[in-house]
Structure formats: C-alpha cells, structure tokens
Design a protein around this ligand. Sequence first.
Ligand SMILES: Cc1ncc(COP(=O)(O)O)c(C=O)c1O
Length: 409
Amino acid sequence: MTYGGREASLSRLDFPALQPRGHGPAPAYLDGPGGSQVPASVIEAMRDVYATCNVNTHGNFPPSREIDRRMTQAREVVAAFLGAADGSCISFGQNMTTLNFSLSSAIARSLAPGDEILITQLDHEANRGPWLRLREQGAVIKEVRLLPGGVLDPDDMAEKITPRTKLLALGASSNALGTVNDLAFARRLTRAVGALLVVDAVHYAPHFPVDVQALDVDFLLCSAYKFYGPHVGVLYSAPGALDRLATDRLSTQDSHAPYRIETGTLNHAAIAGVRAAIEYLAHWGRGLNLRERILDAMAGISAYEHSLAAYFYGAAAALPGVHIWGPDFSTRSRAPTVSITLDSRTPAEAASALGERGICVWDGNFYAARAVEILGLAERGGLLRTGVSLYSTQEELDRLLEGLAAMAL
Ligand SMILES: Cc1ncc(COP(=O)(O)O)c(C=O)c1O
C-alpha cells in the first residue's frame, strides 16, 4: 500500500520509536487517538531551538530575532495545514483543553443569563466541560442526542438550535467511535440563528485534510501530539473573531490576534516541532506549494488508514464474542479508529493482555465519558480502542487480531 507515490511502510524508518529493539519488533503503537509517535525531524527541530535560539521572543539581539522568525513561520505552516488565511488566525497553547477553557471564559463574558449553548453527547469532555461550567453564570446548556449506532441525531440538533442559541460546540470526529460529524449541516443551522460554531478537530486533523475557510467555522481546535508533533494545542480563529472576545490576558500582552488568547511564554521548542510535524506530513504529498502538498499527503494518508481500519473492522467483526461499536466503513467519512467490547474480558483486562504481547491499545472512556455512558458501557469498563496511524501496518493489525482471537476463545 502506498501514499505520496511511495510505499507506506517506508514511513516507519522516520520514527525512532518504531525501530526494532533487541531481538523483537518495536511495540505495535495502535494507540494513535491517544497520541502519536514523532519522526526524527520533529525531535531535531526541537533540539535545534535549544541548541541555537533558546531565548525569549521580541528581543533586539540575533537569537531572539531568530526565535521570532521561527514562531512566525510556525504560525504560517499551521495556517497552511488548516487552510487558514494566514498565521494571524493561529494561536498556540499548552493543549486543546486549556485553550478551550480560555475560549469559553472569553465567550462567557458576552453571554446573558438564559443564553443557550449546545454541546453533544458524543464529544470528548474537553469540548463539553468548558461549556458546561457556564451554567454557573446562567447559561442554559443543551446536549445533542447520540443514537445507538454511534452518530448524532440530526433532527435533535436542528430542534435544539433556537434563536437563543449562542454557540454550538461540536467535534469533527469522535475519538471513541470514529464517527465523522456533518459540520456543513451544523454550520447551516448555526448561521441561521447567528450562533458561533466551535469545532474540536483533535481526532479529525491527523486523518483528514482540514479546510477551515470552506467549513466556515468561527473557532477550531486541534492538538499537535495527535499528528506526529509534540504536546502543543492549536486554536484557529476566523479573521476578526478573536479580537471581539474579552480574553484573560495581562495588560502588557499584545491585545491582537493571534496573541490575544496566549498567556505567558509559549513553548518555543515544541512549537518548532509542530511546524516540523506538518512539514513531515507534507513531504508525503505532491504540489506546487505547502498547502497543495499537505492536501495531497492527507488525502493519501487518509485513504491508506481507511483501508487498514476497514480491514481490521471486518476481521474483528468476524471473531466470536467481539462486538464493534460505532459506524461501519461503508463511507470515507469514518476515522480509522475502531472500538470493541469482548464477551470474555473487560476492556482493561484485554488491553493488559495485549500489552503483554507488545500491542498498545487503549481501554476505558478516553474522556468521551458521556458517549460511553449513553451506550451503556460505563459500568463495563468502556471500550477497547484501536487506532490506525500513518505508520500502522497490516502485520500489526494481524498481531492484534491474533491476540483478540486468543481471548475470544
Ligand atoms: C477528540 C479530542 N478532543 C480533545 C482532546 C483533548 O486534547 P488535549 O489533550 O490537547 O487537551 C482529545 C484528547 O484525547 C481528544 O481526543
């Protein structure tokens, strides 16, 4: 199987953590929805900051000018990754959760008691908790219903968006079930009532090309450690959107986007790593500029991951005592993340038995706690989740299937 015209398994050579250790193979990292491994170029970009320009920004001396330059470049590269107009739309933070709390605090200052916010039963807590706490100041929080098949109920969403709705917080893709949500539909509904659309693309961005301008979102968040970078959160704000918000910030801080929501000194080395991660993805694509290469690469990676995950989905479904949760792979609108339960073991028991075989998969609710509760799985230890990344191979999935078959007996 290939992407970018090259054999996909070649990508493994780029990741130090994937190299064989001793006599055995490297662990099979099928835990991508929890966090991905990083290529050597990302490690090198971070090392180089510490080695050459580990100083603060905005100084009138060469290393400081250099770190300013790298920060500006990083914003431009992330803008290309997300299809944003330019780097002024890209803010950085500690992680997605922290940025979303900052965003919700700022938006809260424009709300009146009785204003409505719509969240979903499918979303990760990071796109629920920051909005749920606004109940304390009189906001009315409603939830879009999750259907048993693992998709959100579109009629329920349409019904719950009213003229009082000020914001819809919606995941682009579920980190628990791999569902891809209909963002265009959500945008039409929110536009009709003048509500903001805040999209959590943490699970989506590693697997699909993103185009914030085509989606016409107000805010979109993602997290670089899910797309082969270090632990840095990213916030996209539509032009002008951040400047309208009363963010928490020091009087000494630059009050314009993208700085307006960035508190304190950022992790410059890690942000250089974010840029390197996106450039790494882009090198798997072809095109005349960075955006074209990113789009081409993400289309190829997406198709590769989809075919591997569909293979795993079909083979796992055929195992006795294995139940699969979430939508099937009949459409391309499906993230390569497959969650199951087993009759013979709890998810934690199964993950730990697979761990003994060198297979890394997650168990539990993965902070998509409400979805797991709605599906009736909370008391049963949640789900066992397999994620396919660009470096995953069919051989690794076969090892996992062998392990599952041994437990299913
Ligand atoms: C879908 C989704 N949203 C949000 C988050 C939170 O991201 P962060 O760890 O950057 O706060 C995660 C993390 O697993 C996630 O999977």
